[in-house]
Design a binder for this molecule. Structure first.
Ligand code: PRP
Length: 215
């Protein structure tokens, strides 16, 4: 099989992440006209000339597709990578979607954190929360998994604090909460399947280099 005869498949996290990724790819000459049709319910798109395929998936599923080789390459937030813990290569920080993973809550929760009390932590990211409190802070806490609007946790007294993404900070401000501790910075990352990285190394390295030069 010659080098260009196999399709390279990309899994992109649905929504803003996919849109920004596609406009970044356009800048380095990778286009997918098919994908621009907003009314389309199609899930997979092909660029025959460049031998590329793209599909949109739920963010947390992107590392799964890439680990199993259903996609060679994925673009996903660092939050999802940390939470899912999949065996993939993280090859590039794409520099957009910048935000922070933080412990947030009412100002009064500072004392509870300081004294390592057994607090309740609500989060969409239970693995990140567990790793932070158990392995980094050596603090025993109860973690409660939520699926969104996590800021409600401390307001309705489900939890003392939350572990969540902070971008502009306006959701916190509007709900009387604040950043209490910063866990790590986040942004969009490019990930690659471990076997694809060897089998398609030339094409993938070329892509990484063009993106890196552009960024
Ligand atoms: C995310 C995050 C915060 C908010 C932070 O939620 O979970 O709630 O954005 O952004 P800000 O600091 O700019 O206010 P998202 O909008 O993805 O919805 P969700 O709460 O349902 O997860």
């Amino acid at each position: 099989m010659n080098e260009e005869s196999r399709y390279l498949t990309f899994a992109l996290g649905k929504g803003r992440l996919a849109k920004t990724t596609l406009s970044l790819f356009e800048k380095i000459g990778i286009t997918c006209e098919e994908m621009k049709d907003k009314d389309s319910r199609k899930l997979i798109f092909v660029n025959e000339d460049l031998k590329l395929r793209f599909f949109l998936a739920k963010g947390p599923d992107v590392p799964t597709y890439v680990e199993y080789g259903a996609a060679d390459i994925g673009v996903v937030g660092k939050d999802t990578l940390l939470e899912e813990g999949r065996r993939v290569y993280e090859v590039l920080d794409l520099g957009f979607g910048k935000c922070r993973m933080c412990v947030c809550g009412p100002g009064s929760a500072r004392e509870l954190l300081k004294h390592h009390e057994r607090i309740r932590v609500a989060s969409k990211y239970p693995n990140i929360a567990k790793d932070y409190f158990y392995n980094k802070k050596h603090q025993t806490v109860d973690i409660i998994k939520l699926n969104g609007s996590v800021e409600l946790g401390p307001i309705v007294k489900l939890s003392d604090v939350i572990v969540d993404i902070v971008e502009t900070g306006s959701t916190l401000r509007e709900n009387g909460l604040e950043v209490l501790e910063e866990i790590c910075p986040l942004s969009a990352r490019m990930i690659v399947n471990q076997v694809s990285m060897q089998m398609e190394s030339e094409r993938i390295k070329k892509l990484i280099n063009s993106l890196r030069a552009y960024i």
